[in-house]
Design a binder for this molecule. Structure first.
Ligand code: ZN
Ligand code: ZN
Length: 148
């Protein structure tokens, strides 16, 4: 029987991927023209990467400036997390004056991730479906009191 002295209390990992999905900001990534089936996702290690890091944001301040590549799943997860954490200032969004739009108005002003789905012409506030839905839910729980 072979026995190594396991360093049970040593949790630091000197090598290996330093990023996890939690540290990825979707806005720092852009889609690849073609999925790279031989690449490995920087966050989860899965095969096939669909997104590559842009040359701005965090990458500029790193010593290793090689572009990280991530898979579709991790990108979507980063988008979702970014949208959940993007909380608008109170009063920024007036639901009653929001109108659905199919015009391409760029990115949502709240999360800067989703495409604009609603706009407020007066306030010049363009927001995405996710931010709109979250605002609807927030309003409902604030008014109702009889929430879930
Ligand atoms: Zn991944
Ligand atoms: Zn949004």
């Amino acid at each position: 029987m072979q026995r190594d002295d396991w360093p049970c209390n040593t949790v630091s990992k000197p090598a290996g991927p330093s990023a996890t999905v939690a540290t990825i900001r979707a806005r720092d990534y852009k889609p690849l023209d073609y999925a790279d089936r031989r690449g490995h996702c920087h966050a989860c290690g899965r095969r096939t990467v669909d997104y590559i890091e842009k040359l701005n944001g965090e990458r500029k301040s790193r010593t290793d400036q090689a572009a990280r590549r991530i898979c579709e799943g991790c990108y979507q997860e980063a988008v979702r997390r970014g949208q959940v954490s993007a909380i608008p200032l109170p009063g920024t969004i007036v639901l009653s004056s929001m109108v659905r739009t199919t015009t391409d108005l760029g990115r949502c002003v709240i999360c800067n991730l989703g495409n604009v789905a609603y706009c407020d012409r007066e306030m010049q506030t363009n927001i995405c479906q996710q931010c709109y839905d979250r605002e609807v839910r927030a309003n409902a729980s604030a008014e109702g009191g009889a929430g879930p």
